[in-house]
Design a protein around this ligand. Sequence first.
Ligand SMILES: [Zn+2]
Length: 384
Amino acid sequence: MMNNEEVHYCSRCILPSTKPDLSFDDNGLCHACQNYDARPSIDWDLREEELKAILEKHKSQNNSNYDCLIPVSGGKDSTFQIIKMLEYGMNPLCVTATTDKLSEIGRRNIEVAKNLGVDYIEVSMNPVVRRKINKIALNQVGDIGWPEHVTIFTVPIRIAVQMKIPLLIWGENSQNEYGGPAASADRSVLTREWLSEFGGMNGLRVSDLVGQEGIEEKHLIQYTYPTDEELDSVGVTGLFLGHYIPWDGHNNALVAQAHGFETWPTVVEGSMVNYENLDNLQMRVHDYFKYLKFGYGRVTDWAGVHIRRGRINRKEAFLFAEKYAGKFPDKYLGVPLSEILKDIDMTLDEFVDVCDRFTNKKLFKCDRHGNLVKDRHGNLIKLF
Ligand SMILES: [Zn+2]
């Protein structure tokens, strides 16, 4: 983290040095920008040939089983994944692990995804237990979305084992576009190690939940990664589609929209686009904690994506970040924060206390007593 050194920004995009695992080269260019620059040297035609060969190898010879499994949220990227796999002539099984608090637009977009013409399974975890985990994770690691980060990986892999479908088609490697150590960004395969290191576990393990708030081991079946023996018996393997075809979330949204994907009528609260994170009403609280811990949010990630592709300049990006990022999450997709908190049995005062506890006070203005300074809307004042 900071080590008292000054916070600085990437010399091209606006990712800050407070972002975990983000490295910079001698010219001050962040790893996400370096990865993007490396793209023209990638032979994408060759990569696509490699992809086609992998897909061909996994096609069911006698149509007795699915060719691959696609983890699906109903978002723009998974919709794009389905469209591409159908284009390649694959017969996928699509699997959704229900989000923490599914929105109405998220539900409609799941129907859009199914109606691309695929078989589909949705696995919903016990909502009573889920809400308890949301609260525990928010309190202990400052991440309300922790159970979702876990189950979007464990559920599809569990189904792959049970249905004996070896090949999983993931979307992008988030460490590539958004920046991370080279060893992880170059991975084309998602493994258990990747999940625990970069998949958003934040140091909380599934086994830590047992005994808290009446949660028992039996409640956590869907949160559990299959054993190596189970994975080996099916030969489960996965690939990041973004390794084989150039990945651009903005472009994916356009393609998904052309196939019926519904966007939000305006820019989503706390974001700078209208086509991302439409499926979980807790998402803004999740993103807000990233801001409290590291001083940047989803707006900054998106600004980087747009800058690298020449769609906006750096000055505009800073203006966007100032306008949209890091505001107190009073509502999301029109649903008030009070409803989110009621679900997890937390008062607004308790919530504000948790926020303050996870706020990095080196990044935000404090008074001379060391208390965070906030405006009348509860917004913090960033120091860099
Ligand atoms: Zn950068």
